[in-house]
Design a protein. Sequence first.
Length: 186
Amino acid sequence: MEKDNYAEEFTARLFDSTAWKQSAYQLLEAAKLLEPKVDEFWVVLRTRPADSSSWRPWNDEFVAIYFMLCSYAIENLLKSHIVRKKRSQLKAALTSHSGLPKPLKEHNLYKLAVEAGFKALAKEEEMLLRRLTRSAQWYGRYPVPVTPGNLRRSHPSDNYDFKITLTAYTSGDRDNIRRIVKELSI
């Protein structure tokens, strides 16, 4: 009869920083399959008529899903660094309860970047990290967020004296995502 105690396997996987990275790279591979659709989005956006009656002003669902997958990948890369750098703190948290320790339950990429020790990256890429987080939390997954307040289109910056627009993609985001992934892959 199989024993239902998976604690050892859970702990081994939790602290395997390489597994976190491998998962990130698999997500990026899946996102890469959407890149032709992302390119098509930019072509259509540049040539579309101004009148749109959809709740989405344009058909950006593939871009939102691309961002969602990239967000998951960046999240896993950041968590790989957290697992490596904060192993003893995470082990202590794990002994007090079963399940993921609090820092690994976080999905906010900006907060994770700070937690993982990438404060300069978090500051420099705050706008993109917040937009990616939005796509991961709901915009790439659901037609509506969990709460009405998450429909907000801007977020106060932690670093600058302005609000960050959460709903504006740019054609340069993909290059910035690749640069972030490269920096986190070290």
